[in-house]
Design a protein around this ligand. Structure first.
Ligand SMILES: [Zn+2]
Length: 180
């Protein structure tokens, strides 16, 4: 019934759709770090949010937003966390409360410090959904980075950050998120 395909060129493509949801961008500003550290921080925060706020881990997700910094000749990463539910469920929005954010960061540090694996495992950072990053995930890097922010968090809204070690937390109306 079939026939021989005469196609000679293969194209790599991606399917996606656009939906509106709640998005929070956490910009660590001057204290940025490398990709492996920052993606480890993303998953440390997501797991901690799930624990602290009682959110199903599948209802939230995150990624990095990289912007090339010409002065530093390096990429600056901001952390983007979003609700996976179309329309937003208000989960990531709760991070705009300073106390909630502090508790989430503290819980993330506890979890990173408390594990006994070498770099990452299914108890601390890994999941089925982040397999792509498994080799890079490192609880020690996430812990080292996040401990810098314990007790130093200050929500500064949309204004400029005056000190290092401050987090710029934006609920900056990224209206849509493209999902793979
Ligand atoms: Zn582990």
């Amino acid at each position: 019934m079939g026939h021989i395909c005469n196609g000679t060129r293969l194209y790599q493509d991606a399917l996606n759709h656009i939906y509106k949801t709640d998005v929070v961008v956490i910009d660590f500003q001057e204290y940025n770090s490398d990709e492996a550290t920052m993606i480890s921080v993303v998953y440390a925060l997501l797991n901690a949010m799930s624990d602290v706020l009682g959110i199903d881990i599948n209802d939230i997700s995150g990624c990095l937003k990289g912007v090339y910094n010409q002065q530093k000749a390096a990429v600056d990463y901001a952390i983007v966390l979003f609700d996976t539910v179309a329309g937003g469920a208000g989960h990531v929005r709760r991070l705009l409360n300073e106390t909630v954010l502090k508790n989430v960061i503290a819980a993330a540090c506890d979890r990173m410090k408390g594990c006994s694996c070498d770099t990452s495992c299914y108890n601390c950072l890994r999941s089925y959904y982040n397999q792509h990053w498994h080799e890079q995930l490192d609880r020690h890097k996430a812990y080292k980075f996040l401990t810098e922010y314990i007790g130093e968090i200050s929500k500064v809204g949309l204004t400029n950050v005056e000190r290092t070690h401050k987090i710029r937390l934006l609920n900056d109306g990224l209206p849509t998120k493209t999902k793979d």
